[in-house]
Design a protein around this ligand. Structure first.
Ligand code: TXA
Ligand code: MG
Length: 327
């Protein structure tokens, strides 16, 4: 096997790699990103190639703080309200782009997605680098996002030049994306910041796009975040008996089955691989992608999942699970 990329905690080295037009696996509070200089088209082309991502799926520009927002976008008053409330943090704003933004970043759209990540390592890199960094999740296109440095190495190998190890991600699912560029604010991707939170902050109703959102946000594909194992999502209110039935159905003909649920389910067949039940919705979000990866590592054919209650970040977890289940 080819040697993987160096893994380090040396922020200065990461900044040098980025200045040279290289690719860095970067910890953020949501998931690990594949960072590159947002103003170098060769670096951006390498990002798309490393991920195997179609070039019409636009990238998020990461910046150190809201002070840099005007360089990248036209920010309406609503954007200032939201950055005061949530930046740095897991909230991405979709805004009208500025002249500076390369077509390669936005797929030629007239909007740009911008976020300021809260992870101290991401902040240190942005401070040292001085400019904007594109950073899509550091996984192969359509697959499970990475929440540790080891995940980035496993997914991208030497397609990335350096991986910064900032420990496991504290949020665990990607940022909320809110569209402020097309009139009424709308959530394009669910995350830890809820539409209801945004409504409270802005004093106007904020809705969600439906499943037909493909034209607005090309990354919102129906099937995404998918492990090799088939994923079967039950109702959050499924009883123990219903879970046992679903597990037995998935495991017919001796196929290996796993279970991810917010509680232990008694009387499962001994062959069922039970992933550790997360203690609450936040823990569920934090461990979701690790569990999906673990399912593949343990050779499971089908992972049966009882989602968390749809409160708080639980709705974002359910959204990812539903996409992981689609083929
Ligand atoms: O939490 C996150 O946002 C992570 C971390 C690393 O910051 N990044 C991330 O990037 O999830 P990515 O590329 O995996 O997802 C970005 C999403 C895609 O679905 C993309 O289509 C959408 O943002 N997006 C970016 N720019 C857009 C634009 N101009 N118009 C519509 N959608 C856009
Ligand atoms: Mg992604």
């Amino acid at each position: 096997m080819a040697a993987g990329p160096p893994v380090t905690t040396d922020v200065g080295r990461a900044v040098e790699v980025l200045r040279d037009g290289g690719l860095v696996g970067l910890p953020t509070e949501t998931v690990y990103g594949l960072a590159a200089d947002a103003e170098r088209s060769e670096a951006i082309a390498r990002v798309f190639a490393a991920k195997g991502r179609p070039t019409d799926h636009p990238l998020i520009v990461h910046i150190a703080s809201a002070d840099d927002l005007d360089r990248w976008a036209t920010a309406p008053p609503s954007a200032r309200i939201l950055t005061d409330l949530w930046w740095p943090g897991p909230l991405t704003l979709l805004l009208r782009r500025s002249e500076r933004v390369l077509d390669a970043v936005t797929g030629g759209r007239d909007t740009v997605a911008v976020r300021s990540p809260a992870h101290p390592v991401a902040q240190a890199v942005l401070d040292g680098f001085g400019g904007g960094l594109v950073a899509p999740s550091a996984n192969r296109f359509g697959r499970v996002s990475p929440t540790s440095a080891a995940d980035v190495v496993a997914d991208l190998g030497s397609a990335v030049d350096l991986v910064l190890d900032g420990g496991p991600c504290s949020v665990g699912v990607e940022s909320t994306i809110v569209d402020l560029a097309h009139g009424q604010p709308v959530v394009l991707r669910r995350g830890g910041v809820l539409a209801a939170d945004l409504s409270d902050g802005l004093g106007v109703a904020v809705g969600h796009v439906g499943d037909d959102a493909e034209s607005v946000a090309p990354g919102m594909l129906a099937s995404h975040y998918a492990p090799d194992a088939a994923v079967v999502v039950l109702d959050a209110a499924a009883t123990d008996a219903q879970v046992r039935t679903a597990v037995a159905e998935a495991g017919r003909e001796g196929r290996p089955v796993g279970l991810l649920a917010p509680r232990r389910v008694p009387d499962l067949a001994p062959s069922v691989v039970e992933l550790d039940p997360p203690a609450d919705v936040e823990a569920y979000a934090r461990s979701l992608y690790r569990c999906l990866r673990q399912a593949d590592l343990s050779g499971i054919d089908t992972l049966v999942v009882v989602p968390p209650p749809s409160e708080g970040i639980g709705a974002a977890v359910l959204d990812r699970l539903v996409r992981a289940a689609r083929r």
